[in-house]
Design a protein around this ligand. Structure first.
Ligand code: AMP
Ligand code: MG
Length: 482
């Protein structure tokens, strides 16, 4: 068995943090995809990835040397309601490896039931495996902090889901860690202060080592997590990304995007846009994400109160002061990203960004095409394709005139190219890949994956992936499907 260079630390934490167990084998695993460049970064031999043994490992049928599989305990607020015990119900941490970019978790998702499975089967359908692979790698290529995809297998077993009996899959996820706001909430809800301190110290050492030497390390931890989330959510929004399940158990302390369930990239822009079938009250709509991020961070701050100061009033004041920074951090990042998208100098004002988004919403203009065709207009002076996005051409022309005045006819086209993607994972394309996958055809998966690997580069070959959905192709709802 080739060595994964495991150097595990989570398994050394107290037993209350996890449940140790091995994955449950599947019938007939077959490798669908393996990420060579990521494997290389992690010090895993790339030749080995295509071996029969690799499929066994990525399916959970074989446990590699040095792995110490465990299900992590965590709690979480789901759509505002608190569950004191969630935990890895269908995932297992195999272990951690040290990469050039730092320590990374390697986790199997869909690897069988654990004590945290509740009514679930501990498995994953193939569709969500393909979805998470594509979406997380697309986000990485777009430059967004995110968990990564190392491998996907089809298990040879079936699972029962909303759509009936479908093929099962196992996904191998790589993350800076799987510490979530919900991990802190798990111990907070139990009143287990010792574990909270151990967890906070572990988070500092693993993600924010500078905090260790701050005057108040736990305050520095809180500040760092707040800043990472503010920046992350602003970046999501600048790409039209809707996470879909921003529950506290899906909010990573590292600042990576985690849990690609019913997430989606918006097509026709509207701030109230929601795709997730389970988000009945639009809690996690595109335009609510900043507020929901702050709500999650407030839950995080609560868990740290005892650590922030032994005087509870002082602790509250510290937490509030840190949380107040969020608005400005988010606003700065949001403004900078949208100004860059529009080719404007930063100081050119939030009013124009607001007016632009109002115009897009009023005319339901495709978000990604709008910014990319504006980029092409800035390069070439040809506005026909851009104006064609507007049902009402006059409205498009009026907006364009305003833009030209605002940029003084000198847009920063180079920056625009670097921040406005040509291609995003469009919902209808992802859906088509999943349907083909269930038929045993993974060519559409590979093609879409390739098209999304350099999303800011124009490419003749990948032009078909630029188009928005036709009315018949339009996806109105996305599902967790777990
Ligand atoms: P998620 O929707 O992925 O954030 O998961 C929320 C919780 O449900 C976590 O505790 C998961 O482990 C658990 N869960 C989701 N799907 C399953 C499943 N098929 N079997 C067992 N637990 C699951
Ligand atoms: Mg989750």
């Amino acid at each position: 068995m080739p060595a994964f260079p495991f150097q595990n630390s989570y398994s050394k934490l107290p037993e209350s943090f996890y449940w140790k167990q091995n994955p449950t084998p599947v019938a007939n695993p077959r490798l669908i995809a393996a990420n060579e460049s990521l494997a290389h970064e992690l010090g895993i031999e790339t030749n080995w990835l295509q071996s029969p043994e690799a499929a066994e490992v990525f399916a959970g049928n074989a446990v590699p040397d040095g792995a110490e599989p465990l299900a992590q305990a965590y709690a979480g607020h789901q759509f505002g309601g608190f569950s004191p015990q969630l935990g890895d119900g269908r995932a297992l941490l195999l272990g951690e490896v040290a990469s050039a970019k730092g320590r990374r978790d390697i986790q199997l998702k869909g690897s069988g039931p654990t004590p945290f499975s509740r009514r679930g089967d501990g498995r994953s359908a193939l569709g969500p495996v393909l979805r998470e692979y594509l979406l997380s790698e697309a986000m990485h290529a777009l430059g967004v902090p995110t968990t990564r995809a190392l491998a996907a297998v089809v298990t040879g077993d079936t699972v029962y889901r909303q759509e009936g009996e479908v093929a099962g899959g196992v996904f191998t996820r790589v993350a800076a860690s799987h510490l979530r706001v919900g991990t802190f909430q798990y111990f907070y809800a139990k009143g287990d202060h010792d574990s909270l301190r151990t967890l906070a110290d572990y988070a500092i050492e693993r993600h924010y080592p500078d905090a260790a030497t701050a005057e108040n390390p736990y305050q520095a931890l809180l500040a760092a997590v707040i800043e990472a989330q503010a920046k992350l959510i602003a970046q999501w929004m600048s790409l039209g990304f809707i996470h879909g399940v921003m529950n506290t158990d899906n909010c990573a302390i590292s600042g990576e995007t985690i849990d690609y369930g019913p997430c989606a990239f918006m097509e026709g822009f509207h701030p109230h846009c929601v795709f997730s079938s389970i988000d009945r009250n639009s809690r996690y709509a595109w335009g609510n994400q900043a507020a929901m991020g702050l709500w999650n961070l407030s839950r995080f701050a609560e868990t740290l109160l005892d650590l922030l100061d032994s005087d509870s009033e002082k602790a509250k004041l510290i937490a509030e002061t840190e949380l107040e920074n969020y608005h400005q951090q988010f606003a700065n990042e949001y403004q900078a990203r949208f100004c860059a998208k529009l080719g404007l100098p930063l100081q050119t004002g939030s009013d124009f960004v607001r007016v632009t988004l109002e115009t897009l919403a009023e005319h339901s203009v495709d978000f990604t095409l709008f910014f990319r065709l504006l980029t092409r207009f800035a390069e070439s002076g040809d506005n026909a394709a851009l104006l064609a996005l507007f049902r009402d051409q006059q409205a498009g022309q009026d907006w364009l005139k305003l833009w030209q005045t605002t940029v003084h006819d000198q847009p920063d086209a180079t920056t625009m190219q670097a921040v406005n993607p040509v291609r995003i994972p469009r919902n209808h394309q992802v859906e088509a890949v999943i349907q083909a996958g269930y038929q045993g055809d993974f060519t559409p998966f590979q093609r879409l994956h390739a098209a999304l690997s350099a999303p800011y580069e124009e490419s003749e070959e990948h032009v078909p992936y630029e188009a928005k959905a036709s009315p018949e192709q339009m996806v109105h709802e996305t599902f967790c499907g777990t």
